[in-house]
Design a protein around this ligand. Structure first.
Ligand SMILES: Nc1nonc1C(=O)NCc1ccc(Cl)cc1
Length: 237
């Protein structure tokens, strides 16, 4: 999978490429990130990428010229490299709520582009001209789109073939059942007076699986009854 990222802060994405499961996957070539910094695409003097908002108000707005040029560079590169141009996705609180189903959908594309905003916003004409879909992680305001982009990428990369080991992908399958995760325990058997549930020490794998399923159901019913309403959408694409 190839992801082109339009961002003023490409270094932030080391959080994905240098650590853990996503770091190993990058090193193994399971995915590639390609960065397009609007500062390298602006026709304005002094690498300017922002300007004052029409209509007044606090802060600055990202100019359309650098952003559209960076997006178009990404699309051209995808077309040249892959003969395919994926969707341009803008991360913002105004977007459709991102779910596991979206991660499955994105994992199917050979390539796509993520647009990360900063400042108070981006010129609306960038969205009108170049954005195919807007995605939101939730109803809160971050300082920029980069952290949201990394969350979307992490959830998507985990679904790529060969990224998760057997154990992890088995666990992921339990998530696919549209339930929350069951409790986990490891050594010591007793910690500050709290013992590991005896079924987990029994070696009876049928009983263990039943216990885990029951725990997942109970936890979901208690904490996220909405997931039980329609298990199709929540974690199942
Ligand atoms: N919540 C969210 N879900 O996705 N993205 C967010 C978010 O807060 N972005 C911050 C942001 C987005 C665009 C610009 Cl120009 C500035 C800041």
């Amino acid at each position: 999978m190839r992801c082109d990222i339009v961002t003023l802060f490409p270094e932030m994405f080391a959080a994905l490429t240098e650590y853990g499961v996503t770091g190993r996957a990058a090193k193994r070539g399971r995915y590639t990130l390609v960065f397009h910094n609007p500062r390298d695409h602006t026709p304005l003097p002094h690498r300017q990428v922002d300007d004052r908002p029409y209509g007044g108000g606090p802060g600055m707005v990202m100019r359309p010229e650098p952003l559209t040029a960076a997006i178009r560079a990404a699309k051209t590169a995808q077309h040249t490299e892959l003969g395919f141009t994926g969707p341009v996705i803008y991360l913002s609180p105004q977007g459709k709520r991102f779910t596991q189903a979206d991660a499955h959908r994105l994992a199917q594309y050979p390539a796509f582009t993520l647009l990360c905003g900063r400042y108070e916003g981006i010129d609306q004409r960038v969205i009108d001209l170049e954005v195919d879909e807007e995605l939101s992680l939730g109803d809160f305001v971050l300082s920029g789109g980069e952290l949201a982009a990394m969350v979307v990428l992490d959830a998507t990369i985990r679904l790529l073939p060969g990224v998760l080991g057997d154990a992890e992908s088995a666990r992921r399958d339990s998530f696919q059942a549209g339930l929350l995760d069951h409790p986990h325990y490891t050594r010591p058997e007793t910690f500050e007076g709290l013992r590991v549930p005896s079924v987990l020490l029994s070696g009876n794998h049928t009983a263990i699986q039943k216990w885990r399923q029951a725990q997942a159901m109970e936890r979901t019913a208690r904490c996220r009854p909405d997931l039980l309403d329609d298990r199709k959408d929540a974690f199942n694409p």
